[in-house]
Design a protein around this ligand. Structure first.
Ligand SMILES: *Cc1c(COP(=O)(O)O)cnc(C)c1O
Length: 363
């Protein structure tokens, strides 16, 4: 069924973004983080595209996501970042999913259960989210981790997107001291932004997520837009100076205007916070290469844009408006909404039409 919002996913750009990261990390393996349905792109399509490009290691948050990765690629390593869920142990074994273990109780449960299954060990170096404390990690220093199936040592950076933050160097130092205890076990610290902090952050394996999907992880980072979101144009209407647009009458027109009404809204995952009460403070959209600001609030199923400055012939021909993608940077739209591209991508709803191009797929 045709929808109001159309999402086009370019799988060649996805694998191109991965390849670019591979080149940035000559001494490390480049994995792919594909949690939350590959950041909204779709696990079933993203995994074959990345595996064909050469990616051999995937990270997801949940066992259920791991099963989807396994179904899409039989011979890759799949890690479950949220660890070992004791109430679905069969799923780990049946689908060869490797938990990322992060606390003593979980490690004990896993050791009691495993026969020859493998896992990773997460050390907390300053984020206080998941992972063994530094004390517990040091205490485990005498254990032969390889013998108990631990094949990867990892930690996660809290502030990698702020290159000058003091916590980066502190976490690096702590992780180095732990990695030295477990010589010979591959180590992993960097997410997308961590890759840009420099080669000493790369260790044996890097774990990019957002940079694969077009999210900005660093001022110098180049990542091509993978997702283009377009809304159907339902109407172009004229309105007089002094009239208002949308709920709450927050936007008051300062001139005679043309308003494009678009068939997408917050029910599609286009955040209401990207709207405006004033023409200048909403996100931009683009019609055939001409950009225009959102005017008034974003509704559940509709968005209005002030297209007064777009030539009339352009508007007559146009059927779709780009919300973000090739022309409008998703990072900018997210920023206007007071959030990050991660939230925009993972929040896109099931109501949209989804089209895949590249990667050997044509629909
Ligand atoms: C999500 C996640 C990543 C990927 O982070 P990006 O910022 O998207 O590159 C890497 N490691 C861990 C532990 C994560 O939770």
């Amino acid at each position: 069924m045709p929808a109001g919002l159309r999402l086009t996913f370019d799988l060649d750009r996805l694998s191109g973004n991965w390849q670019r990261l591979v080149e940035m990390c000559p001494d490390a393996e480049c994995a792919a983080v594909v949690k939350a349905n590959a950041y909204g792109v779709g696990i079933e399509k993203a995994i074959p595209a990345l595996a064909n490009a050469g990616c051999k290691t995937f990270f997801v948050a949940l066992p259920e996501e791991g099963v989807k990765v396994r179904n899409a690629a039989s011979d890759v390593d799949v890690y479950i970042l949220n660890g070992f869920f004791a109430d679905c142990t069969d799923v780990y074994r049946q689908h060869r999913l490797m938990p990322v273990l992060g606390n003593p109780g979980e490690i004990r449960r896993w050791l009691a259960w495993r026969s020859d299954d493998n896992a990773a060990l997460h050390i907390d170096t300053g984020m206080n989210r998941l992972g063994l404390s530094m004390e517990d990690a040091r205490r485990m220093g005498d254990v032969d981790l390889r013998a108990v199936g631990i094949h990867l040592l990892m930690s996660h950076l809290a502030c990698a997107d702020m290159p000058r933050h003091v916590l980066n160097a502190a976490q690096l130092e702590r992780f180095r001291s732990i990695a030295a205890l477990y010589d010979g076990i591959p180590a992993s610290l960097a997410n997308s932004a961590g890759i840009h902090l420099g080669q000493h952050y790369h260790f044996g394996l890097v774990r990019p997520g957002i940079a694969l999907y077009g999210g900005a992880s660093h001022p110098d980072a180049k990542s091509d837009a993978v997702v283009t979101a377009e809304a159907r144009i339902l109407q172009i209407r004229k309105a007089e100076m002094g009239e208002t647009v949308g709920y709450g009458a927050t936007a008051i027109l300062g001139r005679e205007s043309r308003i494009a009404v678009l068939a997408a809204g917050y029910a599609d995952g286009y955040l209401r916070a990207a709207g405006s009460g004033h023409p200048a403070d909403g996100a931009r959209i683009s019609i055939a290469g001409h950009d225009a600001p959102i005017i008034g609030r974003v509704s559940m199923d509709l968005i209005a844009a002030d297209v007064t400055d777009i030539p009339e012939q352009v508007l007559e021909q146009a059927e779709w408006a780009e919300l973000f993608g090739e022309t409008i940077d998703i990072n900018e739209t997210a920023n206007v909404a007071g959030t990050i591209a991660y939230e925009f991508l993972t929040g896109l709803s099931g109501r949209a039409e989804r089209i895949y191009v590249g990667g050997g797929f044509s629909s």
